[in-house]
Write a protein of this length. Sequence first.
Length: 90
Amino acid sequence: MVNVTERAASMLKEIQSEQEEGSDQVLRIVKQDDDYELTYDTARMDDQVVENEGAKVLLIGADVAEDLEGAVIDCQDTPEGPRFTLSTAE
């Protein structure tokens, strides 16, 4: 299971709130080459769904969840603004 800190979940919810009302699109973490990035997508049966205050804020497909087993997604303040970080057990 991928773990998402409360701060990251809150930031994801804030980003999600910018989506058109009634949209079923939710942020999804996907693997692109050797990196991970966020994109909008719809939920699938085998997704790990992260919620914040009852709202879906992040989808993680089974393939990515397996790669990131035990990883932690957090949000850190940087001089450029908030940035998501991914820490793995490796």
